[in-house]
Design a protein around this ligand. Structure first.
Ligand SMILES: Cc1cc2nc3c(=O)[nH]c(=O)nc-3n(C[C@H](O)[C@H](O)[C@H](O)COP(=O)(O)OP(=O)(O)OC[C@H]3O[C@@H](n4cnc5c(N)ncnc54)[C@H](O)[C@@H]3O)c2cc1C
Length: 355
């Protein structure tokens, strides 16, 4: 069976980002790479959005960038503007196409459907597959989004609605998210923070239909694209094997309080490529202990007091846009952290800290 220097298990966001980063940095001229991927075809399946706090390789896959965003509860609205760190959405279809068209030109890179087709004994393995199905009773961010197109120009394409809590909470945490790609096209998403055991929350179609009709006031539209997902908001159980480097969501690249993963994956890929020649010896890349600690407390509060979360999220954004963006993108300094912590209700956070 054929041997490879590197093996990437899972050719999704993290796997392909890493393969691309290796390729553009000429690390696959003398080395070979096998990508193990089960999907039969690559097509648009997700929209990755984030604040662009550093440069990445995929500006040409961006659907749109915005400088303005709002947070709403049933009785308040807050609008923030930031010119330094735009919010961007990436079309996964364009991302897959761009990467595959580049890496397919390198004969040192091969795709396989299963690890059993190759000899992996002497390879360095980058794994983006969860070892076991994550626990459904824990906290997840689960959602469904639809890209809708209207005949008339309805949307203000300069401003996104990051979180709209003016909706049914059903004893969990629920908000809608609207990204206007143009005046007549927008991605509208219903998002829940809850366990995955309660199937009653998954009437996403109905939730979206009602929100679009009653909150956005839109009666006629067509649906161009649907995406659905569930992101675990807890650390994955990782294999402790020096020869296997976990990447992507399975490698802990999800920011637990928000679900944001895409830009962390890009940072991780750059770190791996920079250290590729001694990757089994360097420190494991993480989002950072500080954020893990703060997010754990935040999620404890969220699980215990879901009814308080719309107000808590709303208050978090009552700071400068730079501060909140840097905090949510793991780039905040201590003063910025304190400014966010100061917005939180002290007693319940202290209780969560010591529980
Ligand atoms: C619908 C959706 C929208 C999201 N939106 C955002 C967003 O806006 N912003 C953000 O930051 N994050 C977002 N995320 C979270 C995160 O960025 C994505 O989940 C991202 O795709 C994670 O990358 P990954 O490589 O870890 O996993 P994936 O991209 O899922 O890649 C895993 C790959 O492994 C393959 N695979 C599975 N099993 C096997 C197997 N046994 N053998 C071989 N291959 C296998 C899969 O086919 C897949 O291609 C979203 C997630 C989803 C699901």
């Amino acid at each position: 069976m054929k041997e490879f220097d590197y093996i990437i298990i899972g050719g999704g966001c993290a796997g392909l980002s890493l393969a691309y980063e290796l390729e553009i940095n000429d690390k696959l001229k003398e080395k070979t790479l096998a990508i193990i991927e089960t999907r039969l075809e690559y097509k648009r399946d997700k929209t990755w959005s984030f604040w662009k706090v550093f440069n990445h390789n995929f500006d040409d896959c961006v659907i749109k960038s915005w400088n303005n965003f709002t947070i709403n509860t049933s009785d308040s609205s807050n609008e923030l503007t930031n010119k330094k760190f735009p919010y961007q959405s990436i079309d996964s279809g364009k991302f897959y196409k761009k990467i595959n068209s580049i890496i397919s030109k390198n004969s040192n890179i091969s795709f396989f459907k299963s690890l059993s087709e190759i000899n992996s004994e002497n390879s360095i393995i980058f794994n983006s597959i969860f070892e076991q199905d994550p626990d459904k009773s824990e906290l997840w961010q689960h959602f469904q989004g639809i890209e809708i197109e209207t005949q008339k120009n309805i949307f203000d394409e300069e401003i996104i609605n990051l979180m709209d809590f003016n909706c049914d909470q059903r004893n969990d945490v629920h908000f809608f998210y609207t990204l206007p790609f143009s005046k007549n096209k927008a991605l509208v998403e219903t998002t829940w923070l809850s366990n995955l055991e309660d199937h009653s929350l998954r009437d996403y179609d109905l939730q979206l239909e009602n929100y679009i009709k009653n909150n956005l006031g839109i009666k006629n539209y067509k649906i161009n694209f649907t995406e659905k997902g569930a992101i675990p908001l807890f650390s994955p159980s990782l294999k402790n094997d020096k020869k296997i480097i976990n990447i992507g969501s399975a490698g802990g690249m999800t920011r637990l309080s928000t679900g944001y993963t895409f830009l962390n994956i890009q940072e991780h890929s750059k770190y791996i490529v920079k250290n590729i020649d001694n990757i089994d010896k360097v420190k494991i890349f993480t989002i950072g202990k500080k954020y893990k600690f703060l997010d754990n407390i935040f999620l404890k509060v969220l699980e215990k007091y879901p009814e308080k979360m719309p107000k808590i999220f709303f208050n978090m954004f009552k700071t400068s846009s730079n501060t909140i963006i840097k905090f949510l993108s793991n780039k905040s300094n201590m003063i910025e952290d304190i400014s966010i912590i100061n917005k939180m209700p002290k007693l319940i956070f202290l209780k969560a800290l010591f529980s």
